[in-house]
Write a protein that binds this ligand. Structure first.
Ligand code: ZN
Length: 271
């Protein structure tokens, strides 16, 4: 996956930083946060892609944030630490890592040196048991969420380690964030997720609009992300287990939301 021009990847200014998706592998995004001089990357699965972007933008790597232990999120850390031995890596306390890191758990605070930016850590078990997300402080009124493989555009991560109830609770925590919260997911799955969501809710107008907007972005070689919580609440079936339409689409007699969630997650696995 490549983007046409790196300046198209720039996502505006937040908290005096810019946030850029570095495409990696087939459909991963390594999010790079920078202030024109210093940079922090989230889930660097591919060191080469990160190094190329740092070089191209003349940035110094200052830190790494890890959301969970899957290889496509951490495989670049060792090489980045060789090139930048003094940087700090933050990674979930409940998971084990071969590289030196500062373990983080729920409600911990991560202050990024050189940045006017502070994150609080959210423990979000489900995709993995120790999975965390990083939520920025709210100084400018718009929070930034780096949520790894928990929430995707119109979808959610697979349940590799956690139970449906755990993932449901984790997603509910994200659903209760301010609607303007920007959502930086780790994979470009949005279009396929929208197609699945449409199979459940063919009459959801917000979903139809999102499909058109997403097609336009992808046709232009642009990422479909970041999303925001408001858009996910309107279009993401995994945040809509309280809706009559999703409950009906689950084919269950039960309206128990965890059961509905579990069923539509199974349907998505086979989609
Ligand atoms: Zn993963």
């Amino acid at each position: 996956m490549t983007f046409k021009r790196i300046d198209q990847m720039i996502d505006g200014m937040h908290h005096n930083v810019q946030i850029i998706p570095i495409p990696a592998f087939k459909d991963n995004y390594i999010w790079l946060i920078h202030n024109g001089q210093q940079a922090v990357v989230v889930d660097p699965g591919d060191a080469t892609a990160v190094m190329q972007t740092l070089k191209q933008l003349k940035l110094n790597l200052n830190g790494i944030l890890i959301t969970h232990h899957h290889q496509d999120h951490i495989a670049g850390v060792a090489d980045l630490l060789l090139a930048y031995p003094n940087i700090k890596v933050h990674a979930p306390k409940l998971e084990s890592y071969a590289f030196a890191h500062t373990p983080v758990s729920d409600a911990d605070t991560v202050k990024l040196d050189f940045f006017d930016l502070c994150f609080s850590v959210m423990l979000l078990p489900g995709h993995t048991l120790g999975h965390v997300a990083y939520l920025s402080d709210n100084k400018d009124g718009e929070q930034l969420l780096f949520c790894g493989d928990t929430l995707f555009g119109a979808g959610c991560g697979r349940l590799f380690e956690g139970s449906p109830a755990q993932m449901y609770d984790s997603l509910q925590r994200l659903a209760s964030l301010p609607p303007s919260t920007k959502v930086y997911c780790s994979h470009e799955y949005t279009l396929h997720n929208i197609e699945f969501a449409t199979s459940l809710e063919p009459n959801n107008v917000a979903l139809q609009e999102r499909k058109l907007a997403t097609l336009k972005l992808r046709d232009a070689g642009m990422p479909s992300l970041p999303s925001c919580i408001a858009l996910e609440l309107e279009t993401n079936p995994f945040l809509r287990c309280n809706s009559v339409a999703i409950q009906a689409a689950s084919g269950l007699n039960s309206r128990a939301q965890v059961a509905v969630f579990s069923r539509i997650r199974e349907l998505r696995n086979a989609y």
